[in-house]
Design a protein around this ligand. Structure first.
Ligand code: ADP
Length: 465
C-alpha cells in the first residue's frame, strides 16, 4: 500500500498531536485533581476548626452554656454537611444533630455517599467522626464531635468545577488536533509541491524532452539538492543528445568528402575522361587511407570505451619525456613558423610512458594546428609534493566559451566549417582525457577566442595501483 507524502505527513502530525495531548491531559488531570483534593481536605479541617471555635465561645463559665447559640451553630453546620454533637464535661448532651433531626442526618450521609460513589467508586470513603475537646483555661469543659464524609467530600459545585476542567482539556485537545492537521497539510503541501515538480520534470526527461528545468526554489536543503541534481542530469542529457546528433552528422560528413572525391575520380576514369595514371591512382589511394584512418580512430575509441584502459606503469622523468616530444615536434614547428619553448626540471612520476607520450603529442599537435605562423607555444613541466603538472600554452586561435565544455567529446570540432585538411578527426582530446583520468589525474583548459589556449594536465606522482 502506497500513501502520498501529504497523507503521511498529516497523519504523523495528527498522531504526534494526539499523543502529546493525551499525555498532557492525563498529567494535568492527575496533578489538578490531587491538588484539588488536598485543597478540599484542608477546607474540611478549616470548617471543623471554625465550628469548634464557635462552640467554645458558647461556654459561659461555671458549667453554663448558651444553649440557643449552640443549637443555631449545630443547625447551621448540619446545613453545611457537618453532623455535630456537643457534650459537657460530665458527658451530658448539650446538642446532638441526630437527636435534633435524625432523618435529615441520614439523608445527608446517604446523599454524600451516593455522590462520591458515582464519581469516585474506588475511593472507599465513608462517614467519619472526629472529636474536638473544648478547652477553656486549660480545663476540658466539654467535647465536640464532628461527623462528616471522609477523607474528603466534593460538593456539586466542586464536581462541576472538575467537570469544566475536563471539558476544557478535551476542547484544547480537539483544537490542537485540528491545528496539527492544518499544520500537517500546509507542511505537506510545501514539501510535496516541489517534489511533484521534480517528478513532472523527471517524467518529461524520461520522455526525451531535456529542455525543461525546475526553477522553483525551496527552503528545504534536501529538496534544493534534489532539484539541482535533476537540473544537472537534464543538462547532461541535453548535452549528450546534442553530441549524439552532432556525432552522426560529423561521421557522415567525414565520410562523404573522401567518398565523393573517390567517386568522381573513378567515374572520370571509367568514362575515359581521365587516364588511370599513377598520380590519379595515388590520389584515390590517399582518400582510401583517410577513410581507413578514420575507421581506425573509431575502433580505437570503441576500445577505449569498452575496456578499462590498461596502464603499463613505470617510474620515469616526465620532464625528460616532454623534452623528447618537444624535440620530435621541432621540425614541424619550424616549418610552420611557430616558436616552441620548453622549461622544467626533473620530475619523477609513476605512469604509463607510452600513453603519456600520446598525451603530450596530442597537446603539442593541437597547439601547432591552431596557432598560425608567427605564434608561440610554451611547454612547461612543474612539480609539487604529490603532483606533476604539464602546461601547454599557445597564442593561437583560442576556443569560444560555448565550445569549451565539448572539446573533449569525440569528433567535436570547435570550428565546424574547418575542412578535414586542417586537422585531425576530433578525437585527440577524447583520448587525452581518457588517459589522464585513467591515471587519476585531470585535464583543465583556459582559453579565449583569438587570444590563445592553455591546457594543464595534473597527474599524481604516484597514481594508485
Ligand atoms: P582535432 O583532431 O579536431 O584537433 P581534438 O579532440 O584534438 O580534435 O580537439 C577538439 C577540438 O578542440 C578541436 O577541433 C579544436 O576546435 C579545439 N582545440 C583543441 N586544442 C586547441 C588549441 N590548442 N587551440 C584551439 N583550439 C583547440
Amino acid at each position: 500500500m502506497k500513501y502520498s507524502l501529504k497523507a503521511k505527513l498529516s497523519f504523523s502530525y495528527v498522531m504526534v498531536a494526539l499523543i502529546s495531548i493525551l499525555l498532557i491531559s492525563v498529567l494535568t488531570n492527575q496533578f489538578l485533581e490531587k491538588q484539588f483534593r488536598e485543597y478540599v481536605q484542608q477546607n474540611q479541617e478549616q470548617k471543623n476548626h471554625t465550628v469548634a471555635v464557635s462552640i467554645r465561645q458558647q461556654y459561659l463559665g461555671e458549667e453554663k452554656w448558651n444553649y440557643a447559640a449552640v443549637e443555631s451553630i449545630g443547625i447551621n453546620a448540619l446545613e453545611n454537611g457537618l453532623i455535630i454533637k456537643v457534650t459537657d464535661a460530665s458527658g451530658e448532651v448539650i446538642w446532638d444533630a441526630k437527636i435534633h433531626n435524625n432523618g435529615m442526618c441520614q439523608r445527608i450521609i446517604r446523599q454524600m455517599s451516593q455522590n462520591m460513589n458515582t464519581h469516585y467508586p474506588n475511593l472507599k470513603g465513608g462517614y467519619v467522626e472526629k472529636p474536638y475537646p473544648i478547652i477553656v483555661d486549660d480545663k476540658e469543659v466539654g467535647l465536640l464531635n464532628i461527623g462528616y464524609y471522609g477523607p474528603f467530600y466534593l460538593t456539586e459545585n466542586d464536581l462541576a468545577f472538575i467537570n469544566t476542567l475536563n471539558k476544557l482539556n478535551v476542547a484544547a485537545g480537539l483544537l490542537a488536533m485540528l491545528f496539527a492537521l492544518l499544520l500537517g497539510l500546509v507542511m505537506a503541501k510545501r514539501l510535496s509541491t516541489p517534489i511533484s515538480r521534480v517528478i513532472d520534470a523527471a517524467q518529461m526527461i524520461s520522455r526525451g524532452y531535456f529542455g525543461g528545468r525546475i526553477s522553483e526554489k525551496s527552503s528545504t536543503q534536501e529538496i534544493c539538492q534534489l532539484t539541482e541534481s535533476v537540473n544537472h542530469m537534464a543538462q547532461n542529457l541535453e548535452n549528450q543528445e546534442i553530441l549524439r546528433k552532432r556525432l552522426t552528422a560529423d561521421v557522415a560528413h567525414e565520410l562523404r568528402t573522401p567518398l565523393a572525391t573517390l567517386r568522381s575520380h573513378l567515374e572520370a576514369m571509367i568514362d575515359g575522361i581521365w587516364q588511370a595514371d599513377c598520380d590519379r591512382l595515388q590520389s584515390c589511394h590517399e582518400e582510401i587511407m583517410r577513410i581507413t584512418r578514420m575507421v581506425g580512430d573509431l575502433e580505437m575509441l570503441a576500445r577505449y570505451d569498452n575496456e578499462n584502459l590498461t596502464l603499463n606503469k613505470t617510474q620515469f622523468d616526465l620532464s625528460g619525456l616532454a623534452k623528447q616530444v618537444v624535440q620530435n615536434f621541432e621540425s614541424a614547428y619550424v616549418k610552420k613558423g611557430v616558436t616552441l619553448n620548453y622549461s622544467g626540471g626533473e620530475e619523477g612520476i609513476r605512469a604509463d610512458k607510452d600513453k603519456m607520450n600520446q598525451v603530450l603529442s596530442n597537446l603539442l599537435s593541437n597547439a601547432l594546428k591552431y596557432t598560425p605562423a608567427g605564434g608561440q607555444v610554451d611547454v612547461s613541466v612543474k612539480g609539487t609534493l604529490h603532483t606533476v603538472e604539464v602546461i601547454v600554452k599557445d597564442n593561437g586561435t583560442g576556443i569560444a566559451e560555448d565550445d569549451l565544455p565539448f572539446i573533449y567529446e569525440r569528433f567535436y570540432r570547435a570550428d565546424k566549417s574547418r575542412t578535414r585538411l586542417t586537422g585531425g578527426s576530433g578525437i585527440g582530446l577524447t583520448i587525452t582525457r581518457s588517459i589522464v583520468e585513467a591515471h587519476k589525474g585531470k585535464i583543465e583548459v583556459g582559453s579565449k577566442l583569438n587570444e590563445g589556449s592553455e591546457f594543464r594536465v595534473i597527474l599524481p606522482r604516484q597514481a594508485d595501483e
